[in-house]
Ligand binder design. Structure first.
Ligand code: NA7
Length: 541
């Protein structure tokens, strides 16, 4: 098969040891580990290429906000040593090149069926096998079904009345045309000021004739201070990657942070300010795991926010625009922090207009543009930077039926219920990589993915060594785990923000913090303990 084509599909009713859904960071590494266990596997992805998130999100300015040296696989020392990242924060094309390199380097493509959608999966209790329906391809069966479907992969365009009447071009940041878009001479509206909006708006504004930014909730954003990666730093890291990996593993966020175990409220003003200013100057997300109680206490978060607000204010010429751009309605960090390159400065351009949807909400999309209570914004293009049905969307899009025909949609009707974010009771031999209930989006995703894949691979080895056919989460264990995830959430500031972490960006979605907020180090210890204890909380048969 070719790099971008579809592999030869397996014959109907072909049987594999494992089917993996998704060919991003998680699916690729899972396939590699399955191969090394001597298991047969088939990966399905509806995209025409590998890369997952980094295949789809090609919008202008798309960039990872974890540093490249940390946002990379650790499983292969030669790969680490030989791959030369070029920037502090990797841009989307570079990450996609990296993932394509990994697919080629480990000869993964021959087991990946691209442009293939998984239409459904049913557990056949008589055979202890999953029947997986793919399009094209028909049915395959597998002992194990591994969902590597990503936390942010179900892109959402809000159901605004008149959407289809728009006469111009419309785009979603996560479905960006591969050939790019030339906005020269065009009036463009961007709806949404999350990470995707904040990254793309400065690039779009530099090209378009006029850019309207439609903001519903302002976000806190810190400067990325992106730059070419210093070759000396790259070389030193490559020569001693183990040191960086060790620091990553010791961090509750899976990227190196300078953690201060005091309360943010206990630090003298001068020292406190100097530290926040230092974070601001250096840029990046490190500020999030700064003080012990920063994500636990609104007062602590507010103290950080006060300094950050001043920094934001200083970047914007018009004080009235500055006040609209500065978040005040939720604690610092309760919505996903962004990092940017020239975002706030963009609002100093004469050809950029901020539309505050709290003052003038959208009423409809019309042929000429976007109607608001303050008038119609006439544009030739609309960019939806409106995010995703996060954490559960990509899983719930697949009809999955477990024991007794119970569907995952029924099981999760009141919100996701999982054991460790890895398994679901009633769904034997099904694993969710970085599923809800695991740290996932509260961490650097790549090490979290590796931890899950390694745990699953070890589990499959255990099953083989003990001649066991199935593993299934016990309902009592998953209830206890899910209750703990919620209880931890209640101890944090996250319920104070209307974020996708809470499911609040999607109308009708059950409310509740979905990621595990106890940090990756504790989480890894728990997972390792469960395995060491012979898979406590699971029924093995
Ligand atoms: P996000 O962070 O979910 O941001 C979506 C943005 O779109 C956010 O500003 C929303 O405002 C806005 N939005 C969503 N629906 C509407 C409607 N109907 N009207 C107006 N504005 C709307 O998605 P991103 O793609 O930016 O980032 C996702 C993650 O990817 C990011 O956190 C990183 O982890 C990488 P709201 O805040 O809901 O008021």
């Amino acid at each position: 098969m070719t790099g971008n084509g579809r592999s030869d599909l397996p014959p109907a009713a072909a049987g594999f040891d494992a089917v993996v859904v998704g060919a991003g960071f998680a699916g690729l590494y899972m396939l590699h580990r399955l191969r090394r266990l001597g298991l047969s596997a088939r990966v399905f992805d509806k995209a025409a290429g590998v890369g997952g998130t980094w295949y789809w999100n090609r919008y202008p300015g798309a960039r990872c906000d974890i540093e490249s040296l940390a946002y990379s696989y650790s499983f292969d020392p030669d790969l680490e040593r030989e791959w030369n990242w070029t920037e502090r924060y990797p841009a989307q094309p570079e990450i996609l090149r990296y993932l394509n390199h990994v697919a080629d380097r480990f000869d993964l493509r021959r087991d990946i069926a691209l442009s293939t959608t998984v239409r459904g999966a049913t557990f056949d209790e008589a055979a202890d096998r999953w029947r997986v329906e793919t399009d094209p391809g028909g049915e395959v069966t597998a002992r194990f079904l591994i969902l590597a479907t990503g936390c942010l992969s179900d892109a959402q365009i809000p159901a605004i009345p008149g959407l289809d009447t728009f006469a111009g071009d419309r785009y979603h940041t996560a479905h960006w045309p591969h050939e790019g878009v030339d906005f020269t001479g065009t009036r463009v509206a961007v709806i949404g000021t999350g990470s995707s909006g904040i990254q793309s708006i400065p690039v779009i504004a530099a090209e378009a004739a006029h850019t309207y930014v439609l903001q519903r909730t302002p976000n806190f954003s810190l400067p990325a201070n992106n730059a070419p990666l210093d070759p000396a730093v790259l070389r030193a890291t490559q020569e001693n990657y183990a040191d960086l990996r060790r620091r990553i593993r010791q961090s509750p966020l899976y990227f190196p942070v300078e953690y201060d175990d005091r309360s943010a409220l206990a630090v003298p003003e001068e020292e406190f300010r100097a530290r926040i200013e230092d974070h601001w100057e250096r840029g990046g997300l490190g500020i999030i795991g700064n003080y012990a109680d920063q994500l636990l206490s609104e007062a602590a978060a507010e103290r950080v926010a006060t300094v950050v607000r001043e920094k934001i204010r200083a970047k914007i010429d018009d004080p009235a625009i500055a006040e609209r751009l500065i978040p005040t309605s939720y604690p610092f960090g309760a919505k996903r922090l962004c990092i940017d390159t020239g975002y706030y400065e963009t609002f100093n351009r004469p050809d950029v207009t901020l539309v505050d949807l709290r003052e003038t909400p959208i009423t409809a999309i019309v042929p000429e543009g976007i109607a608001t209570t303050g008038g119609t914004i006439e544009v030739e293009a609309i960019v939806f930077a409106t995010g995703f049905d996060a954490m559960t969307g990509a899983i719930l899009r697949i009809p999955i039926a477990g024991r007794g025909g119970l569907t995952i949609q029924e099981k999760w009707a009141g919100g996701p219920v999982t054991y460790l974010g890895l398994a679901v009771g009633g769904f034997p031999n099904l694993f969710t990589i970085t599923g809800p209930g695991s740290p996932s989006v509260f961490s650097n995703m790549v090490p979290s993915i590796e931890q899950h894949v390694d745990w699953i691979a070890d589990c499959l080895t255990y099953l083989a060594e003990h001649d066991l056919a199935t593993i299934e989460a016990e309902e009592s264990a998953e209830k206890t785990w899910t209750d703990q995830v919620h209880a931890l959430g209640e101890m944090t500031i996250f319920p104070k923000g209307n974020s996708w972490y809470m499911g609040r960006n999607i109308e009708g979605k059950p409310d509740g913090l979905m990621p595990f907020a106890g940090g990756t180090v504790l989480y890894r210890q728990i997972c390792d303990g469960v395995a060491a204890g012979g898979y406590q909380g699971f029924t093995l048969s």
